[in-house]
Design a binder for this molecule. Structure first.
Ligand SMILES: NC(=O)c1ccc[n+]([C@@H]2O[C@H](COP(=O)([O-])OP(=O)(O)OC[C@H]3O[C@@H](n4cnc5c(N)ncnc54)[C@H](O)[C@@H]3O)[C@@H](O)[C@H]2O)c1
Length: 345
C-alpha cells in the first residue's frame, strides 16, 4: 500500500491529522526534527489505535530528521519506493509558526520554512511524487476588520511568518505552472484549538507559546499565575481580538477531504480557507472554557502584541463547495476535549 508522508507530523495539527488518516486505513510516515514537538506524540497516536488495530505499529512510521537535509530525504523516498510502500502523497506541516518569534528572528524563519520546503519539493519532483497539501495560514491576507476573508482577497502579510507562507504559495504556483502533473492544495488555516476527544493528544509545543489553549492549561496547572489577554480596546464587540476558532479534528478531517478532492483531479492548484466562518472573541472563549469545564483561573489584560490583528474570520464557502467537508464540532467541544487531557495526565 502507498504511504502518505506527513512532514511535521509529530506536531499539533500533524499528529491529529495522522489520526484521521489512520482511521481511514491509510499508512503514514512521519518525518519530524522535533524542534517543536516531542517524540512521545507518536506513542500517543498509537495508543488511540491499540485496541482496535493490532497492526498499528506497522501502519505508522517515524523518522527523526530535518527536511533541509536533502540527501537524507531523497534516500527515504528511494527506499520506500523500492519496498513497494511508495510515497505518493505529502502533507507538509513542518515549519516554524510563531508570529512573534518571526518578528524577532526573521532569518531563522526564512531559512527554516523556505529551505525545508525547497528541499522537499526537489526530492518530490525527482521521485515523481506530485501530490501535496501545504499548511498555509490566514496570515497571508491583508488585514481587514469588517468582513469575512475570501480566497480572492488581497494577499499582503504583515509579519515575516506570514510572508514565508505566501512565498511558499508562490513557489508552489510556479512549480505547478511549469508542470501540470502536480496536484497542490494550499490550506489556509484560521485558528485551530482543542484536541482529540480521547484526551491523549494536545497542543504541546517545545517553544514558548502564547497560544490561547496551551496558556489556559498552564494557568490551570499553576505553571503561570495568570492568563495574559493581549489588548482590551481592539475595534471588536468586546474589545478583545476576534478569531475563527476551529476544532483541530475538524481541521484534520479537512486534510482527508482535500486528499480525496485532489485525487479526483488530474491536475490542480488551489488555495482554500479552512475555518468555521464564525468569529468568537478571546474573552468569549475564556468565559466559555470556564463555564463548560467548571474551572476558574485569573486573567489579566496586557499590552497588545506585535503582529496581532483585531479580526480574522474565514469565508469558508469554497471549502464547503469543493471538499466533502464541513466543521462539525463547536466551541463546547473545543473547550471540553482540551480539558480531558488535563484530567488524564
Ligand atoms: N497552529 C496554528 O494555529 C496554525 C495556523 C495556521 C497555519 N499553521 C501551520 O500549520 C503547520 C503545523 O502547525 P502546528 O501548530 O502543528 O505546529 P507545530 O510546531 O506543532 O508542528 C510543526 C512540526 O514541524 C516540525 N519541524 C519544523 N521544522 C522542521 C524541519 N525543518 N524538518 C522537520 N521537521 C520540522 C516541528 O518539530 C513540529 O513538530 C505549520 O506549518 C504552521 O505554520 C498553524
Amino acid at each position: 500500500m502507498d504511504t502518505i508522508l506527513i512532514t511535521g507530523g509529530s506536531g499539533y495539527i500533524g499528529s491529529h491529522t495522522c489520526i484521521s488518516l489512520l482511521e481511514e486505513n491509510y499508512n503514514v510516515l512521519i518525518i519530524d526534527s522535533l524542534i517543536n514537538s516531542f517524540e512521545n506524540s507518536i506513542e500517543k497516536i498509537k495508543r488511540i489505535f491499540y485496541e482496535k488495530d493490532k497492526n498499528i505499529d506497522n501502519r505508522i512510521q517515524f523518522l527523526k530528521g530535518d527536511l533541509r537535509n536533502k540527501n537524507w530525504l531523497d534516500q527515504i523516498f528511494i527506499d520506500y519506493n523500492k519496498s513497494h510502500k511508495s510515497i505518493k502523497f505529502v502533507i507538509h506541516f513542518a515549519g516554524l509558526k510563531s508570529i512573534y518569534s518571526s518578528i524577532k528572528t526573521p532569518l531563522e524563519y526564512w531559512n527554516m520554512n523556505i529551505t525545508s520546503t525547497l528541499s522537499l519539493l526537489e526530492v518530490m519532483k525527482k521521485n515523481e511524487c506530485f501530490d501535496l497539501i501545504f499548511s498555509s495560514s490566514a496570515t497571508v491576507y491583508k488585514p481587514i476588520t469588517s468582513r469575512l476573508l475570501k480566497e480572492t482577497d488581497v494577499l499582503e502579510p504583515t509579519t515575516p511568518y506570514g510572508r514565508t507562507k505566501l512565498c511558499i504559495e508562490k513557489i508552489l504556483k510556479d512549480l505547478y505552472d511549469s508542470d501540470r502533473n502536480w496536484r497542490i492544495a494550499n490550506l489556509r488555516y484560521f485558528n485551530p484549538i482543542g484536541s482529540h476527544p480521547s484526551g491523549h493528544l494536545l497542543e504541546n509545543p517545545k517553544a514558548m507559546s502564547s497560544n490561547l489553549f496551551p496558556a489556559i492549561l498552564k494557568t490551570i496547572r499553576g505553571e503561570q499565575e495568570k492568563l495574559l489577554v493581549f489588548g482590551k480596546d481592539w475595534p471588536t464587540y468586546d474589545g478583545t481580538c476576534v478569531r475563527d476558532f476551529i476544532h483541530v479534528m475538524d481541521l484534520a478531517d479537512a486534510h482527508l477531504a482535500t486528499f480525496h478532492f485532489l485525487k479526483k483531479n488530474s491536475s490542480k492548484f488551489v488555495s482554500i480557507n479552512i475555518g468555521t466562518g464564525r468569529g468568537k472573541s478571546i474573552l468569549e472563549v475564556i468565559k466559555t472554557f470556564q463555564l463548560i469545564n467548571d474551572v476558574q483561573f485569573d486573567y489579566e489584560f496586557v499590552e497588545k502584541r506585535l503582529g496581532d490583528q483585531p479580526y480574522l474570520v474565514a469565508d469558508n464557502k469554497l471549502a464547503l463547495e469543493l471538499l466533502d467537508w464541513e466543521p462539525r464540532r463547536n466551541l463546547f467541544d473545543m473547550c471540553h476535549d482540551t480539558l480531558k487531557h488535563l484530567l488524564n495526565s
